[in-house]
Design a protein around this ligand. Structure first.
Ligand code: IMP
Length: 431
């Protein structure tokens, strides 16, 4: 048996959905541990193409228990929509559990997210606008509503009454906005969501401990990426949760010692949506080649439809993510996107004020002065989408993957060469 955490190790959108979908088929339990519907995992499998925001990717396997962990923030209206979408396409969702401790993204969080971004003006973070930051802020400030609270109208009323009074004052005073919330209307709406979700909501402690004791394979499903981590990312251009391994343990209720592998998912190049530092960013023809516009797997945000910023593989940020999270294996996605490039660069260091540094700068402002140092590798100029065995990859492609793994400091587990379920080369299985 193995307990494996799948962690996004760049700025999100590494292609975790593909990797998780493959591994979920082998897991008895899949736990999504953090984030909310800011995430978008594209899964292409025998049932079709799905864009999941919060439902764990193991949902397609009827025997797999899928848990939405306490570390997530759940917009119940959105979540119900996601469930209904799956049900309409014939997917059985009975094997779903939601931790009663997961926090609720309320409509005032979405509104606060919007108004906060407006106030930031040019310094905006470029959030997904899904209310994620304000929901986590309220959780930490102990002003949150938990999913379990929705199942009991009396509890919901007790929890929500002081919050709505405060929020209405906040919107009128601080934001100077027209927005007001009607307590009774919210109670009615959210109690109805609670009723609908009640069959899935409960204490996951027992479920998780039983699965661990039974030594059945377990997958901890990450969202976003380490460089968006609230502590270790490019603050303030980050999300409000812990996408890495600390968030996995906390958000799933798993002891670190229960973990067998931390699988870091890296794209073969780098992308980022929203504002913030990106030392190896490129533009022009190279960006067009990396973005693959017009293709179903083009670099467009799954959740927001925004065009992703793209750049070369950044080994500095990638090694940092690996070290902070104990990444021992890596999955490299979208290798095929590099097939037509005659030369491929890897950012192996940063030059800051004349000094070469091999880790991210101390202050986010210093990124403005960072110059990437590149190593150039030959391209392979051969299609790889149909390759299924490591030894069948062109020599230059293998050399590229091996160089990336060496710089990151982890062993290669999987290489993806297309979005299809079977477009994967498994080198060293983790599960
Ligand atoms: P928030 O999580 O909506 O608050 O957004 C904060 C930052 O994280 C923004 O730059 C978003 O674009 C980014 N972000 C949030 N979720 C994802 C994701 O799933 N993939 C990539 N970027 C994300």
């Amino acid at each position: 048996m193995a307990v494996v955490a799948v962690v996004g190790a760049q700025w999100g959108d590494e292609g975790k959905g593909h990797i998780i979908d493959i591994l979920a088929a082998r897991a008895a339990t899949v736990i999504r541990y953090g984030g909310g519907n800011n995430a978008g995992h594209t899964v292409v499998n025998r049932h079709g193409t799905f864009k999941l925001n919060l439902v764990p990717a193991g949902i397609f396997e009827p025997a797999t228990v899928n848990i939405v962990g306490n570390g997530t923030v759940v917009n119940p209206k959105h979540f119900i929509g996601e469930l209904d979408g799956l049900i309409a396409r014939g997917i059985v969702v009975e094997n779903l559990r939601i931790s009663h401790r997961a926090h609720v993204v309320m409509p005032y969080h979405v509104e606060q997210d919007r108004l906060d971004e407006l106030q930031r003006g040019d310094a905006k973070i470029g959030t997904t606008g899904r209310g994620i930051g304000p929901a986590y802020a309220d959780k930490t400030a102990r002003n949150g509503v938990r999913i379990g609270d929705l199942c009991d109208v009396a509890v919901l009323r007790r929890v929500l009454t002081p919050i709505i009074a405060t929020k209405n004052r906040l919107f009128a005073g601080y934001y100077g906005a027209e927005t007001r919330y009607d307590l009774e209307a919210l109670i009615t709406e959210y109690a109805a969501y609670g009723q609908r979700l009640a069959p899935y909501i409960g204490d996951i402690y027992g479920v998780v401990q039983t699965a661990l004791a039974a030594k059945t394979p377990m997958l901890l499903e990450g969202a976003q990426g380490v460089m968006l981590d609230i502590d270790h990312g490019t603050y303030p251009f980050v999300t409000s949760s812990m996408p890495g391994i600390a968030g996995a343990c906390q958000g799933a209720g798993i002891a670190p010692r229960a973990l067998n592998h931390v699988l870091g998912v890296y794209k073969a190049f780098t992308s980022r949506v929203g504002s913030g530092p990106f030392p190896s960013e490129v533009s022009g023809e190279t960006a067009d080649a990396l973005r693959q516009m017009g293709k179903p797997w083009a670099e467009v945000g799954t959740t927001t439809g925004r065009l992703r910023r793209v750049g070369w593989f950044d080994a500095v940020a990638s090694r940092y993510a690996a070290q902070l999270n104990g990444i021992d294996r890596l999955a490299l996605t979208k290798l095929d996107v590099l097939d037509e490039l005659s030369e491929i660069k890897i950012c192996i260091g940063y030059r800051l004020d004349g000094q070469i540094i091999d880790h991210p700068p101390t202050y986010t402002e210093q990124y403005d002065r960072v110059e990437p140092i590149y190593e150039t590798l030959p391209g392979w100029l051969t299609p790889t989408s149909d390759v299924r065995r490591w030894q069948d990859l062109p020599a230059h492609a293998r050399a590229y993957v091996e160089r990336v793994a060496q710089l990151v400091g982890a062993e290669v587990s999987m290489v993806s060469i297309g979005p299809g379920h079977d477009q994967i080369i498994e080198v060293l299985p983790v599960l």
